[in-house]
Write a protein that binds this ligand. Structure first.
Ligand code: ATP
Length: 235
């Protein structure tokens, strides 16, 4: 469904992505793992059109996404829930969610999407009138994902959804990601938490300094000694 071929992208003279091939099949969960600075976030940015591509291809359903503006890419159904959350702190939960439905005018459809998000995150329903800046870290992460869902994505790009969250909340977030996937959303997830991610990922790529150094089924990588050594704390 979404395919990157020979993708290269840089910030000025710093090349962050050095020629990677990645395939995200429809209905699957694909993960990008790797240490800090490996190029994971930059790959997501290239897909969402925020970071210009130097070379290579990005195709969605056989159509090139290169040179499309970020809004156009989002309109096509590829929506990112950003790292660091970037919610609007002075808006309420409900207002933040409505902003996410930027691509829809019809009130009944927006209402349906809101119901979908509140059904997945009952915590957000309870706090719909609370100012987002006063939510806990986990709640803010739920709101960031919820806001992305308001655009009704076909492919959801998740950048470190578990960052800074307590273990129990991390578990919740991962089971919600699985549930979303079961409801038909294709997912590309960037994570530092390799263990939890590999448990839910159909397929994963390990990046290092802008290149794919390993790839395989989530369940296979969980057993791989090199992955255990480098990313799962050696146990
Ligand atoms: P992390 O897990 O630490 O977020 P990452 O794998 O997501 O790491 P990227 O954020 O994609 O890594 O960074 C890849 C490389 O690009 C790094 O060397 C980083 O310093 C560089 N880089 C990222 N953003 C910028 C920027 N805005 N300007 C210049 N260089 C950048």
């Amino acid at each position: 469904m979404l395919r990157l071929e020979g993708l290269k992208a840089s910030y000025g003279s710093i090349m962050a992505v050095k020629g990677i091939d990645i395939h995200i099949p429809e209905g699957k969960i694909v993960a990008l793992l790797g240490s800090n600075g490996a190029g994971k976030t930059s790959t997501l940015k290239a897909i969402s059109g925020v970071l210009p591509v130097d070379q290579g291809r990005i195709e969605f359903k056989g159509e090139s996404l290169l040179n499309l503006k970020p809004e156009k890419i989002a309109q096509k159904g590829i929506v990112q829930s950003p790292e660091g959350r970037q919610i609007f702190v002075s808006l309420t939960v409900a207002e933040n969610l409505r902003v996410g439905a930027f691509n829809e005018r019809r009130k009944d459809i927006i209402q349906k999407r809101l119901k979908f998000v509140y059904d997945i995150f009952p915590r957000l329903l309870e706090r719909q009138n609370q100012v987002a800046g006063t939510l806990s870290g986990g709640e803010q992460q739920m709101l960031a994902i919820g806001r992305a869902l308001m655009a009704n994505p076909e492919v959801l790009l998740l950048d470190e959804p578990s960052l800074g969250l307590a273990p129990l909340i991390v578990k919740d977030i991962f089971s919600i990601i699985e549930r979303l996937n079961q409801q038909g959303v294709t997912i590309l997830i960037v994570e530092q938490n390799a263990l939890q991610t590999l448990k839910i990922a159909d397929y994963a790529y390990v990046l290092e300094t802008g290149r794919v150094i390993m790839q395989g089924k989530g369940s296979d990588l969980l057993q791989d000694e090199r992955v255990i050594e480098a990313y799962l704390g050696g146990n």
